[in-house]
Design a binder for this molecule. Structure first.
Ligand SMILES: NC(=O)c1ccc[n+]([C@@H]2O[C@H](COP(=O)([O-])OP(=O)(O)OC[C@H]3O[C@@H](n4cnc5c(N)ncnc54)[C@H](OP(=O)(O)O)[C@@H]3O)[C@@H](O)[C@H]2O)c1
Length: 241
């Protein structure tokens, strides 16, 4: 049984990825920083279905913590053959609020949305290279393509993640590195703004909400598509077409 590591794998899109990867026959390590209850609940759900799973705590913006996390996963579940860099964050700011985009906000968002995927890929690189078909999936955002989104530093951090996807695909080959870029997905990110989220979702071409499971299906598709690397798949119901 191969092992997948999903950062932030106990909540929202990450949880859907954890369950989908488990149902495709993989053991799943679920990382969390604060959401221990959600991570443990996802582990319990996988185990109840007869799978193998592990919750592991790490702040993925901390390189040493990431290396320790990958070591623990290798020891307890096996080497990481699939890495899903899902953990991410934003600081909501109007795009034209230039003074609001302080150095602190920039550093915070580049740390979680760009450096964390880099740390995780580097820490797992030996495992991924040793696998028959090692693969990294980065969860980006349409904000990285359109420049629009919850804040300017968020959009730029997700653009940079696209760049990391391309460069890592070269640096790690034959390990494959791809990106899934969701549009609006009604996770806890939209808590308190569900009405606005539903309005926006309804304006997408397909006139339906994109769900965490929709994103997870695209992740699994890329994990299992042996000829695809360095690519971004947009999962947004046609929001940006
Ligand atoms: N929802 C959307 O509309 C949307 C659209 C486009 C892209 N995305 C992307 O989808 C991904 C998942 O977001 P979501 O909507 O599913 O929201 P979410 O449930 O809030 O997921 C974010 C996850 O990231 C983890 N995380 C944040 N900072 C961390 C850190 N420093 N170390 C470790 N883990 C950390 C959180 O874990 P803890 O709670 O334990 O801190 C949480 O599990 C993100 O990369 C986001 O940018 C979301």
């Amino acid at each position: 049984m191969s092992t997948a590591l999903v950062t932030g794998g106990g909540t929202g899109i990450g949880r859907a990825c954890s369950l989908t990867l488990h149902r495709s026959g993989r053991a799943v390590a679920i990382s969390y920083r604060r959401s221990s209850d959600e991570a443990e609940a996802t582990v319990a759900e996988i185990e109840a279905e007869g799978g193998r799973a592990l919750a592991v705590r790490a702040d993925v913006t901390d390189d040493a913590a990431v290396r320790a996390m990958v070591d623990e996963v290798r020891e307890r579940l096996g080497p990481v053959e699939v890495l899903v860099n899902n953990a991410g964050a934003t600081v909501p700011l109007p795009l034209d609020d230039l003074e609001g985009a302080t150095d602190e906000v920039w550093q915070q968002l580049l740390a979680i949305n760009l450096m964390a995927p880099w740390y995780c890929a580097r820490a797992a690189a030996d495992d991924l290279r040793a696998a028959d078909d090692g693969v990294v999936i980065n969860i980006g955002s349409i904000a990285g393509q359109t420049g629009n989104g919850s804040s300017l530093p968020y959009a730029v951090s997700k653009s940079a993640l696209q760049g990391l996807t391309r460069s890592l695909a070269r640096a790690l080959a034959p390990v494959r590195v791809n990106e899934v870029a969701p549009g609006l997905v009604l996770t806890r990110w939209w808590a308190g703004n569900e009405e606005r989220g539903r309005e926006l979702a309804a304006s997408a071409l397909l006139d339906r909400e994109t769900t965490p499971e929709d994103v997870a299906r695209a992740v699994l598709g890329l994990v299992e598509s042996r000829a695809i690397t360095g690519q971004t798949i947009t999962v947004d119901g046609g929001q940006t077409l």
